[in-house]
Design a protein around this ligand. Structure first.
Ligand code: FAD
Ligand code: NAP
Length: 496
C-alpha cells in the first residue's frame, strides 16, 4: 500500500474503514513501513532528491537522533543529476548512489517520489506540516544565449542534450539531428566536454554504459566528425578541469585540432598560475603546440574525428539555411581580454567570424527556477537568497545545493554546502531559534492532501523495483542498466 494512503489530515485521523492504516499509525509505523519516533519529534522535509537533498538528509539524521526527514521528489526516481546529468561513461561517479540509498533506508528517512512540489503541494502546506523545509530542487533551467536564431532546429541546450542521452523523461523526444559533419559547442565547462566526448566516443565504448538505447542508436548513425568547443575567453580562463581534458586528449579515434596563435601569451603567464590551473594549462599547451611522439602521431593520423577549442569567441547569431528551417552555422564575435588571470573578461573587438555547422549545443550553464511564489527568489542570480542556507526573511525555510549556490560545483562541493545548511538547521533547533516544541503531522497530513489531489507517491521500495527492472534490462544487452524512459513506464513498474 502506498504512502498516499496514510491519512492523518490536520492531526485528525481519517477513519474510513482502512483499519490497517489506523493500526499502523497507532503502532507508530510510517507510510514507508518505518518506525516513527513520536509525534513530537522534529520533522523536516526536503524538496529534491539530488546530491543536495540526500547529503542534507544524511547530516541531519546523523547530527540529531530525534529528527525525522522526508524527501519529496518530482520524478518517480531519485538522485537528480547523478542519474540524469553525470555522463554515462563515468560510472564511478555514480557510486554516491550507494551512500544515498543507505540514507533513504534509514529508519528516520522516507522518500516520496512523483510529488511535484509547487504544483501538487505548496511550500506553505509543507511548512504547515513540518518544522522546517529545505529546498534542494537544483537548477532545472538553462541560461539562454540571447542571440537571434537560437530557436532554430539544430540548436539545443546542453541541459536537454544531456537529458536526452541520460533518459530524462522530458527530453525523450529531442531526437537531435546528427546528420551534419561539424558541431559547435558553446561554453568550455565540464558539461561542454561531456557533450563533446559523447558526440565523438566510439560506439563500442558507449554501448557498455547506461546511455539510453535511442541515444546509442542515434550516435551510431551520427555523421558528426568535428566538434569545436567555443569559449568567450582564453585558455587560462577555461572552465573545464584536467581529468575531463585528459579524457578528450586520449579519446580513441580522435585527434585534437587547436589554433596555435590562441596560446601566444599563455607560456609567459604559466608561472603565476595556481597549481591546478597551471597543470591544466600545461596539458592544453602540450596538446596544442608540442609535436607528439611517433606512436601518438600514428594514432592521431589514423583518427577519423577531430575536436578543438576555439577561444576568444562569443555567439552573436545562429545562421539559418536559406529555407530558414534549420541552422547553417554560427556567427561568432571575436573578443580580446581585459585584465589578467582567471578574472580577465572578454571585450568585443568588433570583428566577427562565421563558422559552418549543422549542430549547436549551448553549454553556458544551468539555472535555478522559482517553483512557488511564496518563496523568495533572486532572479538576477537565479538562486534562493540565503545566509548559510537559511532562506532570507523566511523562518523555517532553508536551501542547499545548486539552488543555494548557483549551478557550479561537483558533487563534493554540493555535499559540503549541503552539510553547511544542515548544520545551520541543527544549530537553529538546538538554540531554539527554530521552535520544534509543538507537534507537527509531517508526511501524514501531506499524504492526505496528495491523496485528495489524486497524487500517489513512489516510495523508496517502489524505486527499488524500477531499479531492478532497469538493471535486468541492461544485463541482457551488456549494459549496467537500461533506463525506463517515461514516467508512465516508471510508475507502472513501481506499482505492479
Ligand atoms: P540536482 O542533482 O539537480 O537535484 C535536484 C533534484 O530536485 C532533482 O532530482 C529534481 O528532479 C528535483 N526537483 C526539481 N524540481 C522539483 C520540484 N518542484 N519538486 C520536487 N523535486 C524537484 N559532479 C561530479 O562530481 N562529477 C560529475 O561527473 C558530474 N557531472 C555532471 C554532469 C552534468 C551534465 C551536470 C549538469 C552536473 C554534473 N556534476 C558532476 C555536478 C553535480 O551533478 C551537481 O553538483 C549536483 O547534482 C547538484 O545537486 P543538487 O541536488 O543541487 O541538484
Ligand atoms: P561552468 O563550468 O560554469 O561552465 C560554463 C561555461 O559557459 C564557461 O566556459 C563560461 O565561460 C561559459 N559561459 C557562461 N555564460 C556565457 C555567455 N553568456 N556566453 C558565452 N559563454 C558563456 O558550467 P557547466 O559546464 O554547466 O558545469 C556546471 C558544474 O558542473 C561545474 O562546476 C562543473 O565542474 C560540474 N560538472 C562536473 C563534471 C565532472 O566532474 N566531470 C561534469 C559536468 C559538470 P566564462 O568562464 O567566460 O564565464
Amino acid at each position: 500500500m502506498g504512502a498516499h494512503k496514510l491519512l492523518f489530515s490536520e492531526l485528525k485521523l481519517w477513519t474510513s474503514g482502512r483499519g490497517g492504516w489506523i493500526a499502523r499509525l497507532h503502532k507508530g509505523i510510517g507510510a514507508c513501513g518505518k518506525a516513527s519516533l513520536s509525534s513530537c519529534s522534529p520533522k523536516v522535509c526536503i524538496v529534491g532528491s539530488g546530491p543536495a537533498g540526500f547529503y542534507t538528509a544524511q547530516h541531519l539524521i546523523k547530527a540529531r537522533q530525534d529528527v525525522e526527514v522526508d524527501i519529496y521528489e518530482r520524478l518517480p526516481v531519485p538522485f537528480g543529476l547523478v542519474r540524469f546529468g553525470v555522463a554515462p561513461d563515468h560510472p564511478e561517479v555514480k557510486n554516491v548512489i550507494n551512500t544515498f540509498t543507505q540514507t533513504a533506508k534509514h529508519s528516520r528517512c522516507s522518500f516520496y517520489g512523483n510529488v511535484n512540489v509547487g504544483k501538487n503541494v505548496s511550500i506553505t502546506e509543507l511548512q504547515q506540516a513540518y518544522h522546517a523545509v529545505v529546498l534542494s530542487y537544483g537548477a532545472e533551467g538553462n541560461r539562454s544565449m540571447g542571440v537571434p536564431g537560437e530557436d532554430l532546429a539544430g540548436v539545443y541546450s546542453a541541459k536537454d542534450f544531456v537529458g536526452w542521452y541520460n533518459g530524462l523523461p522530458s527530453c525523450r523526444e529531442l531526437s537531435p539531428d546528427l546528420s551534419c559533419e561539424t558541431a559547435v559547442i558553446l561554453g568550455q565547462g565540464n558539461v561542454a566536454l561531456d557533450v563533446a566526448r559523447i558526440l565523438l566516443s566510439p560506439i563500442d565504448i558507449l554501448k557498455k554504459t547506461d546511455i539510453t538505447q535511442p541515444a546509442l542508436e542515434a550516435l551510431a548513425e551520427s555523421q558528426v566528425r568535428r566538434v569545436l568547443i567555443v569559449g568567450r575567453r582564453g585558455p587560462i580562463q577555461i572552465a573545464c578541469t584536467i581529468k575531463e581534458l585528459r579524457e578528450m586528449v586520449n579519446l580513441p579515434d580522435t585527434r585534437p585540432d587547436m589554433v596555435a596563435a590562441d596560446f601566444d601569451a599563455v607560456k609567459e603567464a604559466l608561472k603565476d598560475l595556481p597549481r591546478p590551473r597551471k597543470r591544466l594549462t600545461e596539458l592544453m599547451l602540450k596538446t596544442a603546440l608540442e609535436v607528439p611522439g611517433e606512436k601518438e602521431q600514428e594514432r592521431r593520423s589514423k583518427a577519423s574525428r577531430t575536436w578543438g577549442f576555439r577561444f576568444f569567441r562569443s555567439p552573436v547569431e545562429v545562421l539559418a539555411e536559406p529555407s530558414h528551417s534549420r541552422i547553417a552555422g554560427i556567427r561568432l564575435a571575436i573578443n580580446k581580454l581585459e585584465g589578467s588571470g582567471e578574472g580577465a573578461h572578454a571585450v568585443l573587438t568588433g570583428e566577427v567570424e562565421d563558422v559552418s555547422c549543422g549542430l549547436v549545443v549551448s553549454s553556458i550553464g544551468y539555472k535555478s527556477l522559482p517553483i512557488d511564489p511564496s518563496v523568495p527568489f533572486d532572479s538576477r542570480k537565479a538562486i534562493v537568497p540565503n545566509t548559510m542556507g537559511r532562506v532570507k526573511q523566511a523562518a523555517g525555510l532553508y536551501c542547499s545545493g545548486w539552488l543555494k549556490t548557483g549551478p557550479t560545483g561537483v558533487i563534493a562541493t554540493t555535499m559540503n554546502n549541503s552539510f553547511d545548511t544542515a548544520r545551520s538547521l541543527v544549530e537553529d533547533m538546538d538554540s531554539g531559534t527554530l521552535d520544534v516544541s509543538a507537534a507537527k503531522p509531517g508526511s501524514q497530513s501531506i499524504s492526505a492532501l496528495l491523496e485528495k489531489r489524486g497524487v500517489k507517491p513512489v516510495t523508496f521500495s517502489d524505486w527499488e523495483k524500477i531499479d531492478n527492472v532497469e538493471m535486468k534490462k541492461g544485463e541482457s544487452s551488456g549494459k549496467p542498466r537500461e533506463k525506463l524512459l517515461t514516467v508512465e513506464e516508471m510508475l507502472h513498474v513501481a506499482w505492479t
